[in-house]
Design a protein around this ligand. Structure first.
Ligand SMILES: C[S@@+](CC[C@H](N)C(=O)[O-])C[C@H]1O[C@@H](n2cnc3c(N)ncnc32)[C@H](O)[C@@H]1O
Length: 252
């Protein structure tokens, strides 16, 4: 069991600014699933609350867990105090909540942070044990990009803007491939303006890539039942054009 991928404070601080631009494709899908569920919902890897905040403010009975204190700090700063009891610092690998949930979601490839197969199975089984009978687990993963897996990414600027008026922020991403282990070793370099000058910080993390039939086999080894793997957030079937796996499992 490897250490969980803790997001450093700087990554957490700029997460919302960066992903407000880079990640909108999944938004309607997950919010619709969460708000369409009558009973309690759990978001695993709730992060800074990209879904959680709108969901809870729109009346969802939603709870969230995340392993990163830095991400939860950002979320709590935006969340009314009366709702703080809905958010817990927990590792999905040792998930332990008293409630059962009608829906568990893990949006934006949270599952890619689980490098080892025993951790992946443990998380699937923990989620199973926290679902009500017939409850669903919905998560997403990137369809592996073979070019990136074989050749990596060389210093690609994926955000170049401002995090506040007049304050510049740039993110550069590199990835070193480890094809046989299906891992991308990623380096993110953030450079930003502070009042006293320019700062730079780097973060190294690993992301696991999953193939379609590997996912099917993995889930069939767990206590969950696979219902469907869609190829996008509009629930189209998988095809050669698919960029995302949207995986729907259920208890029972
Ligand atoms: C890419 S972020 C996604 C955050 C949020 N779901 C969103 O869509 O913006 C992945 C999140 O998963 C969390 N995470 C990674 N490994 C985890 C684990 N083992 N248990 C709980 N959370 C984990 C990270 O701390 C991070 O906040």
């Amino acid at each position: 069991m490897r250490n969980p991928s803790e997001y450093p404070a700087t990554i957490a601080r700029f997460y919302d600014v960066i992903y407000a631009h880079l990640r909108t494709v999944d938004r309607d899908f997950f919010l619709k699933k969460i708000l369409g569920t009558k009973g309690p919902v759990l978001e695993i890897g709730v992060g800074t609350g990209r879904f959680f905040l709108d969901a809870v403010n729109d009346g969802a009975d939603i709870y969230g867990i995340d392993v990163s204190a830095t991400m939860l700090e950002q979320l709590r700063a935006k969340l009314d105090k009366s709702l703080h009891h809905r958010v817990f610092r927990q590792d999905a690998r040792s998930l332990n909540l008293e409630k059962k949930f009608d829906l568990v979601v893990a949006p934006f490839r949270v599952f890619s942070h689980l490098i080892d197969v025993e951790d992946q199975l443990q998380v699937l089984n923990n989620i199973h044990d926290h679902l009500s009978p017939g409850g669903k687990f919905i998560f997403d993963l990137y369809v592996p990009d073979l070019g990136i897996l074989q050749h990596g990414i060389d210093e690609q600027i994926d955000f170049d803007g401002e995090y506040a008026p007049g304050k510049k922020l740039r993110r550069v991403v590199s990835a070193r491939p480890d094809f046989i282990n299906q891992i991308s070793d990623i380096t993110m370099t953030l450079t930003w303006d502070e009042d006293d000058g320019l700062r730079t910080e780097q973060w190294h993390t690993s992301m696991r890539f999953f193939f379609r039939y590997e996912l099917e086999h993995l889930i069939s080894r767990s206590k969950l039942t696979l219902e469907h793997i869609y190829g996008d957030y509009e629930e189209h079937e998988l095809s050669g054009e698919s960029k995302d796996f949207i995986i729907v499992c259920r208890r029972g």
